[in-house]
Design a protein around this ligand. Structure first.
Ligand SMILES: *Cc1c(COP(=O)(O)O)cnc(C)c1O
Ligand SMILES: [Zn+2]
Length: 419
């Protein structure tokens, strides 16, 4: 199928541009490393959609930006309400760091409770274009849950590869949504390789992050939403946690789209936050290493969603930071866990470890003088705290918070609360 507003798919290594129907996922010359970027005809798109038409569009979901997405205008989209998540001003939290303007973009509010729904929604539409019998993905858990939920909403069969160490809540989602679940006795990186092999062997539609060029396109919708919610006044800085690098690449892509359309005037600085134990990109950025030759690291972090020994979208992830004058920041597991109750108390947003990591990253950026008090800053929460209750309990215990145990009478309450 040709989609008129797409001009081609460009390899991020060699710059070769393919017609959209000429290539399925990756560059023909560069194989799995040859990640493609979807290119658009912005002149045409600008005639279809504008801030004014958006203001009059009551659809709050990502499909309000359909003209900017890699789907046909008449594509049937899954019914789950993906996108349209709140952008909360958080003055108390901002004050606690000496900042004036901070917002939290809460993607814990997505239908399957993580940011990954933005990409999986696109995967379901693209697989339908091809009449795929099965869609598959590997995932640390959230991309899988997102694909499982979106597939369930349209009755699409799917096969999921997750490391057996994935948090139980995420596995429960997969099973409840009726996916075929393969618990891989290995890391996420192992699950990824296995899934690529299986997809090629069995002809399944492949949703894998970075391999499938359309996933960034779903993820970029968060930038459209942030800018629209801020009435097209670009923030100065955006903080997002990074594992494979697809989300941060998507954030960057969304901003580039808006600049190309002339709807915003400048690019925000993009800050990628990595766990100290999964710091491939931070290390490459600090040392100026080439991510095409840098070998994988052994990744270990409590923030399972950003545990990636070899970030799959590393080219886009590096560009997002270097081209916007941002930075990579690392935070320890203790800092990540401490950020869960800090963010929750200051904003009412309960994040899983990978989501809270972005808040921990902002705190560190303030310490390092990377942001100024008057900067307008958006912190992205990428997943709900309900995804990983075990880590949340560890976090509150570390923060010294315990419930009061009381007998079933008022005097026990008085005693417990020293009233
Ligand atoms: C996937 C995920 C991330 C990181 O996204 P990448 O594209 O892998 O960098 C961060 N937080 C949560 C909750 C996620 O599920
Ligand atoms: Zn190439």
């Amino acid at each position: 199928m040709t989609i008129d507003h797409i001009t081609g798919l460009t390899c991020l290594i060699c710059g070769e541009t393919y017609a959209a129907d000429e290539v399925e996922y990756v560059c023909l010359k560069h194989g799995n490393e040859g990640i493609l970027d979807v290119r658009y005809d912005y002149g045409r798109i600008g005639q279809e959609i504008s801030p004014a038409t958006l203001a009059a569009n009551p659809d709050p979901t990502i499909w309000r930006y359909k003209a900017l997405l890699p789907v046909a205008p008449d594509a049937i989209v899954p019914p789950l309400a993906v996108g349209g998540t709140p952008l909360y001003p958080v003055p108390h939290l901002a004050q606690s760091l000496g900042l004036e303007h901070v917002w939290v973009k809460d993607d814990g509010r997505e239908p399957t409770a993580s940011f990954k729904d933005r990409a999986s929604a696109i995967a379901v539409v693209k697989a339908r274009e091809k009449d795929a019998a099965v869609i598959t993905t590997a995932s640390t858990g959230n991309a899988a849950a997102a694909l499982a939920g979106l597939c369930a909403s349209v009755g699409q069969a799917n096969v999921i590869f997750v490391p057996e160490s994935a948090p139980p809540a995420k596995i429960a989602q997969l099973l409840a949504f009726g996916s075929t679940v393969l618990l891989v006795q290995g890391t996420y990186d192992d699950a990824f390789e296995l899934c690529l092999e299986a997809a090629a062997e069995f002809g399944w539609y492949n949703r894998n992050t970075a391999f499938n060029p359309y996933m960034s396109e779903g993820k970029k919708t968060v930038s459209f939403e942030i800018c629209e919610q801020l009435r097209w006044q670009t923030p100065d800085a955006i903080f997002v946690s990074v594992g494979d690098g697809c989300i941060i690449g998507g954030v960057h892509k969304g901003m580039k789209d808006l600049l190309a359309l002339g709807w915003i005037e400048r690019m925000p600085r993009i800050y990628g936050v990595q766990a100290a134990g999964s710091n491939y990109l931070a290390e490459a950025w600090e040392k100026g290493e080439d991510v095409l030759t840098k070998p994988p690291i052994a990744a270990h972090t409590v923030a399972d969603s950003i545990s990636a020994g070899l970030p799959r979208d590393r080219i886009k992830a590096m560009a997002a930071v270097t081209e916007t004058n941002g930075a990579y920041i690392t935070v320890s597991d203790d800092e990540i866990l401490a950020a869960i109750p800090a963010l929750a108390r200051g904003s009412g947003v309960f994040a899983e470890p990978a989501g809270a990591a972005a808040w921990a990253g902002l705190a560190k950026a303030v310490e390092r003088g990377l942001v100024s008090a008057s900067d307008r800053i958006v912190v992205m929460n990428t997943g709900s705290g309900l995804k990983d209750i075990k880590s949340a309990m560890t976090a509150v215990e570390m923060a010294g918070v315990t419930p009061h145990r009381v007998a079933t009478d008022l005097s026990s309450v008085k005693k417990a609360l020293h009233l």
